[in-house]
Write a protein that binds this ligand. Structure first.
Ligand code: PLP
Length: 872
């Protein structure tokens, strides 16, 4: 099958001539069919690269005559293939063994044949049915020869044609060449297929064949056989074409925006459907990978377009997807004006007749006029969108591409969309008029404590609480709710618990003391030191954030080093360092994350002085050894509330590295401290840190924080009685209200109660597990992808098919819109849960409260499914 590369171009010329002659001779009716036939022959003869082009054209009946598109579809799965004898020889060569030593059956007639490879149905000796993909004999060599020839042409053109040099033709060609070459490399393809398989694990309607790892060689890829209806015969599927088209679009966007790894060639030959409409994605010859920053750029650009904020869209587009942007600067306003007009035309005026191809073309023309161009990544994304759009339009000729895209993009947003807001406005105006008045009143004087219009976690329909008792709260309108917020953590005993009330009442009667020694502060410190085997001493402060700030300062002072190691997705309070790479914005490869500020206004030096690793990645801990000499400490949530579990092997390895290197290990147990066990997650894991940061529960509902730990570290803030030595060796810890008598009395009362009633923790876990099962059953019943992690009173819920793994991947899969909406549906059904936050049980929740919560959840998710929150 190997051809001289020169024949490819020659073939095309020959056919062009033949085509010219036929045009002169043929009657008009038969002309199109004949053209199509010739084009097909021409592409097949010219070789795999040209066949690939033909596959793309086959999905574009809006660009080429329908007869052409119909004919070219053959290339998607019915291209010429190797004969039986060659096939047998190839398989035997790849196996390095006779066929029957591996396969019980092997059908030598392929089930599909594309431009590069053909696929056979076979059965392994153990009976498993498999698909065996074979690179056609000579194709790899042919691709190589053609690309080399084309490469020579491009290099020549680069010298003589300014347009080639200007458009960075050589580099672009190198990238395209790599793509083509990798298509004939089954080892690389298997790696990509496995990654996509993992990404879609648990997805309700996307299937990826599992690779059989032992039977993968450079020219052969064996995978699970999946039966399905071909993409071009989608009318045989039980679901309507419109629904299949929506699913297809959603699947492609999920891969691009969320997974950052997309099938690169989603034409109908590569996608099968099950009878009930599941998509089976085949062929990972071409994939598109986006970095975390590119994903961010793509999402943020389209998000601005959904909001019709054109100036912002232009800024984002230019920042993320344009190279040569420096050429634009001189004529920025002019460029901006042109691009705004184009975006507006496509995303607004023409949006119901959306055409990716004309949109990309118009934008490309503008860039070209200003001496700039798309980045390679965006060009690849463009190709995926093109294939997807072609196929989706084939499935549903009436499809509103942009409308579907907008719905998808919108789900990233933690803010209410107009549509969702309209859904709730009427209802809440009736249910909570008093609270809404207070919201509007607050809006005039109050910005951002933790519950109204806070950055990133806004509450459109906040309730204002009149009173709270045990597991319930009542709003100013008299509505009662089961409360799952737990005030973000302190109220483990429920609201208004008698021991807390009594402590506070008697505390008030004795006068509020702060800044002067008082017995309650000693009592609280004693309880803390007693609760943690790792702690000799403690210091008190006013919040979890303060405890982290102080712990880090102590470690820096003690070690005389600056750099802090933390883990991606771990929030340690609102300090600059506590928020680095903590949620929403990440950067760098997921296996080698880089620090990024969690909020504007962060000191860039603090960000730079932070090393970010992945929780659970034991191998990455080697970096701690390598960089130990720069490190002040490692801070970690031992049991992150997003996963509600701890990784014992990881924590053990982390402890060992810190012990070996002398780098202090700080556990942030602000949430878990006295919530998951008396003595926190470290007690459950049996791992002792050097310092523990605390807050929430230890103040009984009043502001409180503490650091407890090894004496030599805590005593870094204790005076040496030599002011000069203090300045050189010691660190300051203080605070007007730190250790005030009222907080310490309340905290002492709660901790004493918990210490004496430790059975409460087991009971709380049993309630947690019961409720988790109920939630899982409800979402399962309604066919909704939802991951619910729950452990020892902490719940984390995510509308995604992805299991809790690396935090950024979990976040990327989140349907924020649905999560916010859930909170509001639950409110309508009498349960209060915070928007976009883990939720918590208290020991005061009764069986009745739990049953009411379960029922509310079931009703809420049913409403949500009916109201179209999920692509089904
Ligand atoms: N650390 C963790 C793990 C937290 O979850 C929080 C708050 O939610 C903090 C620290 C900060 O605590 P605070 O909000 O009391 O400042």
């Amino acid at each position: 099958m190997t051809r001289n590369p020169f024949t490819s171009a020659g073939t095309i010329l020959g056919h062009a001539f033949g085509y010219g002659v036929s045009r002169l001779r043929s009657p008009r009716e038969s002309l199109r069919a004949e053209e199509a036939e010739r084009l097909l022959d021409c592409l097949v003869e010219a070789g795999p690269i040209y066949m690939k082009l033909g596959q793309l054209l086959a999905t574009r009946s809006d660009l080429v005559p329908v007869e052409w598109a119909d004919k070219l579809r053959t290339l998607q799965d019915d291209a010429p293939h190797m004969d039986a004898a060659t096939t047998r020889a190839v398989v035997t060569r790849e196996l390095r063994a006779p066929m029957n030593s591996v396969f019980r059956e092997f059908d030598l007639a392929p089930v599909a044949s594309g431009s590069v490879a053909q696929v056979h149905r076979a059965r392994l000796l153990d009976g498993q049915e498999v698909a065996v993909k074979l690179v056609k004999e000579g194709v790899a060599e042919h691709i190589d020869q053609n690309l080399r020839l084309m490469g020579r042409g491009i290099r020549l053109a680069d010298k003589v044609l300014p347009v080639v040099a200007e458009s960075d033709g050589i580099r672009r060609f190198a990238e395209v060449s790599a793509l083509f070459r990798s298509q004939a490399d089954m080892l690389q393809e298997a790696v990509r297929q496995k990654a996509v398989y993992r990404n879609f694990g648990g997805h309700p309607y996307v299937r990826v064949p599992r690779v059989v790892p032992d039977l993968v060689t450079p020219r052969m890829l064996t995978m699970e056989f999946m039966e399905g209806i071909r993409g071009n015969s989608a009318h045989e599927v039980r679901l309507p074409g419109a629904q299949l088209a929506r699913r297809l679009q959603d699947t492609i966007y999920t891969m691009l925006y969320m997974h950052g790894l997309s099938h690169g060639d989603p034409h109908p030959g590569n996608i099968l459907f099950s009878q009930d409409g599941a998509l089976i994605l085949l062929d990972y010859g071409i994939t598109v990978e986006l970095t975390e920053d590119e994903k961010w750029g793509l999402s943020s650009f389209y998000y601005a377009c959904t909001r019709k904020e054109w100036d912002i869209a232009v800024d984002r587009f230019t920042a993320h997807f344009v190279t040569g942007a420096e050429n634009l600067r001189a004529r920025w306003e002019e460029y901006r004006g042109e691009l705004v007009a184009t975006l507006e035309r496509h995303f607004d005026t023409l949006s119901n007749r959306w055409s990716t191809i004309s949109y990309f073309r118009d934008v490309r023309d503008i860039l070209h006029r200003y001496g700039a161009r798309y980045t390679t990544s965006f060009t690849k994304v463009e190709l995926v969108f093109l294939s997807c759009e072609g196929f989706a339009t084939q499935l549903d000729p009436e499809i509103n591409i942009w409308d579907n895209a907008r719905k998808f993009t919108d789900r990233f947003s933690p803010y209410m969309s107009k549509a969702v807001r309209e859904r709730f406005d009427l209802q809440f105006r009736k249910q909570i008029p008093g609270s809404l008045d207070m919201r509007d009143r607050a809006d005039k004087s109050l910005v951002a404590p933790t519950h109204i219009h806070r950055y990133f976690f806004p509450s459109t329909y906040p309730i204002f609480v009149k009173d709270a008792l045990a597991g319930r709260i009542r709003d100013v309108d008299g509505n009662e709710y089961v409360d799952l917020s737990g005030g973000y953590g302190p109220h483990i005993l429920g609201y208004s618990h008698p021991v807390v009330n009594e402590a506070i009442t008697s505390g008030v009667a004795s006068g509020l003391v702060n800044g002067i020694g008082n017995q309650p502060e000693i009592e609280l410190a004693e309880l803390l030191v007693d609760a943690f085997p790792s702690a000799d001493k403690a210091l008190l402060c006013n919040s979890g954030t303060e405890s982290v700030l102080l712990a880090i300062r102590l470690c820096r002072a003690y070690r005389k080093r600056r750099t802090v190691v933390k883990f991606e997705g771990h929030y340690h309070g609102f300090s600059d360092q506590g928020m680095v790479s903590s949620w929403f914005r990440f950067t760098g490869d997921k296996h080698a994350p880089q620090p990024i500020a969690g909020t504007l206004g962060s000191d860039p030096n603090v960000v730079q002085n932070t090393v970010v690793l992945q929780y659970g990645d034991i191998a990455a801990l080697e970096q701690l050894r390598e960089r130990a000499d720069e490190l002040a400490c490692v801070i970690c949530e031992p049991m992150p509330s997003s996963t509600t579990t701890f990784d014992l092997d990881f924590l053990t390895a982390l402890r060992a590295v810190c012990t070996d290197t002398g780098v202090p290990l700080v556990f942030d147990e602000v949430v878990t401290g006295f919530r998951v066990a008396y003595g926190g997650a470290q007690t459950l894991a049996g791992i002792e840190p050097d310092l523990t940061c605390l807050g929430k529960v230890i103040g009984g509902g009043l502001p409180c924080g503490a650091v407890a730990g090894r004496a030599e570290l805590i005593e870094t803030c204790r005076s040496s009685e030599d002011p000069f030595r203090d300045y050189e060796q010691k660190a300051f810890a203080g605070g007007t209200l730190s250790g005030n008598s009222l907080t310490c009395r309340a905290g002492t009362a709660v901790l004493t109660h918990l210490r004496e009633n430790q059975h409460l923790y087991e009971e709380l876990d049993a309630k947690t597990q019961w409720l988790r099962r109920e939630f899982v059953e409800s979402t399962g019943k309604h066919g909704i992808s939802c991951r619910i992690n729950a452990q020892r009173s902490i719940f984390s819920l995510n509308f995604s098919h992805r299991s809790a793994g690396i935090y950024r991947e979990r976040m990327a899969g989140s349907n924020f819109k649905a999560t916010i909406a859930l909170a509001y549906y639950m409110r309508q059904h009498g349960v209060y849960m915070p928007e976009l936050h883990s939720f918590l049980l208290s020991v005061a929740h009764t069986d009745e409260d739990l049953a009411a919560t379960s029922k509310a959840f079931d009703l809420s998710v049913a409403d949500m499914a009916n109201d179209g929150f999920f692509v089904t």
